[in-house]
Design a protein around this ligand. Structure first.
Ligand SMILES: NC(=O)c1ccc[n+]([C@@H]2O[C@H](COP(=O)([O-])OP(=O)(O)OC[C@H]3O[C@@H](n4cnc5c(N)ncnc54)[C@H](O)[C@@H]3O)[C@@H](O)[C@H]2O)c1
Length: 316
């Protein structure tokens, strides 16, 4: 019997079958999150990778259907669209250097999403992240709760990994919060970072915490410098975590790039904050009681996000 995409399952479209997109598809498939459409503009790329992943299904015991395509028709009525189509950085580049190119790609893709999956929730992954989330929200005109970006999940994972290694504890024991834009001025919050309920400020001295924060801030650059291109396993894992939280309506609190109006005094910008994610998208922003130092750091990062957002407005 021929197996077509089963609409009883959730449908996840992943735009961009490059490193992040394909890895996201593979992790989502192994978790059987739903049926997956992997789309790229390069003919054969998404088709080939999807077929290869589908052929791993019997080994991984996954019944997720994976289809690779260049045809947007096949993405119709997706529950979630993950946008990874964008130029990644190379050594010596900042995420901001990607803005002019990626804004046009995200604009084009967002127009297609509006047409083919008007009821979907969008997770943007392309950089510069916060500005690309703004682009998708502006072009689609979707409810701002339904457009968000993946960065906090990755940055939190990096910080958690470094802390777990330093303290010789399980990565499962670490709970941390990061805020601000996805760049070197992101704001890890040691006061809100715990190891099984114990604040890390009681377990590590200030100098060590500052060192791990700095490594987290530069985490993307560290990988770019080693590989010669951008990270993708951890970014894909973070993206799948967001998609899973939404599709399973888990109401998980996680850092993500979300629309903040009065929250944190942001005044109508997409920026990294802790939020509850569920079937409606960003269901609630969690407002932490930041001290003066933390507020200053967040405001500095937000100012950078505002400046990138204004560049997007000029390019759209
Ligand atoms: N948010 C994060 O934390 C994070 C982490 C890593 C990478 N990124 C970003 O994710 C993006 C993708 O990174 P990558 O390493 O997968 O890059 P990649 O070059 O491996 O893949 C990008 C893919 O997008 C495709 N593409 C380009 N334009 C398209 C279009 N209009 N429609 C469909 N597909 C299109 C390309 O053909 C390519 O296959 C980059 O912008 C990168 O900076 C973000």
């Amino acid at each position: 019997m021929k197996k077509e995409i089963c609409m009883a399952r959730d449908k996840i479209t992943i735009v961009g079958a490059g490193n992040v997109g394909a890895t996201t598809a593979y992790i989502a498939a192994t978790k059987q999150l739903g049926d997956i459409v992997l789309l790229d503009i390069v003919k054969g790329l998404a088709e080939g990778k999807a077929l290869d992943m589908a052929e791993a299904g019997p080994v991984q015991l996954s019944d997720s259907n994976i289809v690779g395509t260049t045809d947007w028709e096949k993405t119709a009525d997706s529950n979630i669209v993950i946008i990874t189509s964008g130029v990644p950085r190379k050594p010596g580049m900042s995420r901001d250097d990607l803005l002019a190119k990626n804004v046009q790609i995200v604009k084009d893709v967002s127009e297609k999403v509006t047409r083919y999956s008007p009821d979907s929730i969008i997770i943007v992954v392309c950089n510069p992240l916060d500005a690309m989330v703004y682009t998708a929200a502006k072009v689609t005109g979707f409810s701002k709760k339904k457009v968000m970006g993946m960065a906090g999940a990755l940055d939190s994972a990096r910080f958690s990994y470094f802390l777990a290694r330093e303290l010789s504890v399980s990565v499962e024991d670490i709970k941390c919060v990061l805020m601000g834009g996805h760049g070197d001025d992101m704001v890890p919050l040691p006061r809100f970072t715990f190891v099984s309920g114990v604040p890390i400020t009681e377990l590590l001295d200030e100098e060590k915490i500052a060192e791990l924060i700095e490594r987290t801030r530069k985490g993307g650059t560290e990988v770019v410098n080693l590989l010669g291109y951008s990270a993708y396993y951890a970014p894909a894992a973070g993206t799948v975590k967001m998609a899973e939280t939404i599709l399973k309506d888990k109401k998980t609190v996680m850092s993500c790039c979300a629309y903040c109006d009065s929250e944190y005094g942001a005044g109508g910008y997409f920026v990294g904050v802790p939020a509850i994610l569920g079937k409606n998208g960003v269901e609630k922003i969690i407002e932490l009681d930041l001290n003066e130092y933390e507020k200053t750091q967040f405001e500095k990062s937000l100012a950078h996000v505002k400046q990138l957002t204004s560049q997007v407005d000029k390019l759209l």
